[in-house]
Write a protein that binds this ligand. Sequence first.
Ligand code: FES
Length: 92
Amino acid sequence: MPKLTFLKTGQTYDVPAGTSFLDFCQENDAPHDFGCTVGSCGTCVLVIEQGEKNVNPITDDERETVEMCTGVKGARLGCQLKVLGDLAVRPV
Ligand code: FES
């Protein structure tokens, strides 16, 4: 089962492959902040430090929101991610 690590707190969880990062965080009180939950506010922006290939590909809409809120290369929106393998994330 994929491991999801929050580098901000050092917490690691086992997450079934294909799980929505948003759903998992909300159901398990995981340490990541969300706002709109639909990809438009940018509150959930994060960087994948390890395992960037272990998520669904970015869409044009997600890229547009990311670019509006950060210049950090490779940033993603937590609310739009699916966990497909081991990941380590930190907030931007
Ligand atoms: S929670 Fe608003 S963009 Fe993800």
